[in-house]
Design a protein around this ligand. Structure first.
Ligand SMILES: Cc1ncc(COP(=O)(O)O)c(C=O)c1O
Length: 441
């Protein structure tokens, strides 16, 4: 069938073509990763000029709906920024270790804080940020040695990252990212028309030579996860941070964005690359420590960056709901929350170590220095996931977290029950055993 009829792509101008491709993606006729006709082919089939077809693809690319793969043509993005069907949940019979969520039993109950924060209805005209919340945040940042700067409240880590990038970057700019790295950051960059420049990492964070190489390629920004790196669990240590700081010092114009999404439950202390930088932002979310549905993060940064974010916020959503800000203030002011977060950090570390230890007894090397996940390199992802599903486990394929890095699977250990580490490790060992030995085993 003619590909245009199949997908419903039509139009005699760039904007009509853009709308028809967008509709085809939204309605599921063009799936994630689907290949589109080349510019020449599209122009021929639609009887438009190649300039018109190229302009349509350019617009779709800037909006993150498609991405060009050089001579291999153009494909629909892995997660286009449209309300398309979400990824199907794991089959109900599987034990789901794929989601990256915190353990709900290690999040504070909101019942009492909600009762305490209920108050008169909030109205327009109040200051955007609750001063009590900012004061608590500043105290926290100061006591863990984070760089001092301006602070504001944003709607979670991803919201903060998006706002900071938009404050400084333009479509087409290059952004250094960890590889493997957080898939939602990759998708966000695509949606903003920004180009990801991969930087390989080990358990102590981005590799200095790799960062130096990426910076020579004129990147405008570097997004780094200082701890609880997703998916590998990497965390910066003091020595690596020193090396990276000195490399970054040669590029003072680069915006450094730190995604501290796990904060106090990461299991390792905070380390920052931002001291003394001209353009920087540190986004500390409460998603993993107090709950993802709170959608609150503290943004610290240089005064220009924070002012731009606040200014843009003020002409848009205005502020992050004061109900949420008050809830976080109440939780942070309660010593019981501090004790719970300490216990959560310890428990997550025990669960990660249990799986790393169980894998090691089978000779399987894996990564998980901090955070909620363990990253297990495998020769091929799909057969391992299929074998694990057969054994009753749902894991996450590494593919979407990788740009150039090697295959792996991600296992969320946040809610691993006692005994599960040994069982999932044994199932992985069986899946990874060479075929001959598996048959005779
Ligand atoms: C590295 C990383 N950054 C950001 C987030 C999302 O944070 P938030 O919910 O605050 O947007 C996640 C969630 O898993 C993450 O793994």
């Amino acid at each position: 069938m003619n590909i245009l009829i199949q997908y419903g792509i039509r139009g005699d101008g760039a904007s009509g073509i853009v709308t028809s491709v967008e509709t085809a993606i939204r309605e599921g006729r063009l799936g994630a990763g689907a290949r589109l006709p080349t510019v020449r082919e599209l122009a021929r089939l639609l009887r438009v000029s190649p300039t018109t077809a190229a302009a349509a693809y350019r617009t779709l690319g800037v909006r993150g709906l498609v991405h060009a793969e050089g001579r291999r043509g153009t494909r629909v993005s892995p997660r286009p920024p449209l309300p398309i069907r979400p990824v199907a949940p794991a089959a109900p019979h599987l034990r789901d270790l794929s989601l990256g969520n915190p353990d709900p039993r290690l999040l504070p109950s909101l019942q009492r804080p909600l009762a305490r924060t209920s108050r008169r209805p909030g109205l327009y005209g109040e200051p955007a940020n609750r001063p009590e919340l900012l004061a608590l945040a500043e105290h926290q940042l100061e006591s863990d040695g984070s760089p001092g700067g301006a602070v504001a409240v944003v709607g979670g880590a991803l919201d903060g990252i998006e706002r900071v990038l938009q404050a400084h970057l333009r479509p087409g700019d290059r952004v250094a990212v960890e590889d493997p790295g957080y898939v939602a950051v990759f998708d966000l960059l695509a949606a903003l028309g920004l180009v990801a420049e991969p930087v390989a990492l080990d358990d102590a964070g981005p590799l200095p030579d790799e960062l130096a190489h990426a910076l020579r390629g004129r990147v405008a920004a570097f997004i780094v996860t200082p701890r609880a790196q997703n998916p590998t669990g990497a965390a910066l240590d003091a020595a690596r941070a020193r090396e990276l700081r000195s490399i970054l010092a040669r590029h003072p114009e680069v915006l450094v964005v730190e995604d501290d999404h796990a904060g106090p439950i990461a299991g390792v202390p905070a380390v920052s690359l931002c001291h003394g930088r001209e353009r920087w932002a540190l986004v500390r979310s409460v998603s993993k420590s107090l709950g993802p549905d709170l959608r609150v993060a503290i943004l610290a940064g240089d005064p220009t960056t924070v002012a731009r974010v606040e200014g843009r916020q003020s002409v848009g959503t205005g502020w992050v709901s004061h109900l949420l800000q008050d809830l976080v203030t109440t939780l942070w002011s309660d010593p019981a929350t501090g004790r719970l977060l300490g216990r959560a950090a310890e428990t997550y570390a025990i669960r990660r170590s249990a799986l790393l230890g169980a894998l090691a007894t089978h000779g399987i090397a894996a990564h998980g220095r901090s955070g909620l996940n363990v990253w297990v390199p495998v020769p091929e992802e799909a057969p391992v996931l299929a074998a694990l599903a057969q054994a009753g486990w749902a894991l996450r394929a590494g593919e979407r977290y990788r740009i150039r890095s090697a295959p792996a699977v991600r296992i969320t250990t946040a809610a691993l029950a006692s005994g599960e580490a040994d069982r999932v490790a044994a199932a992985l060992a069986r899946a990874l055993r060479p075929a001959g030995r598996r048959a005779s085993a």
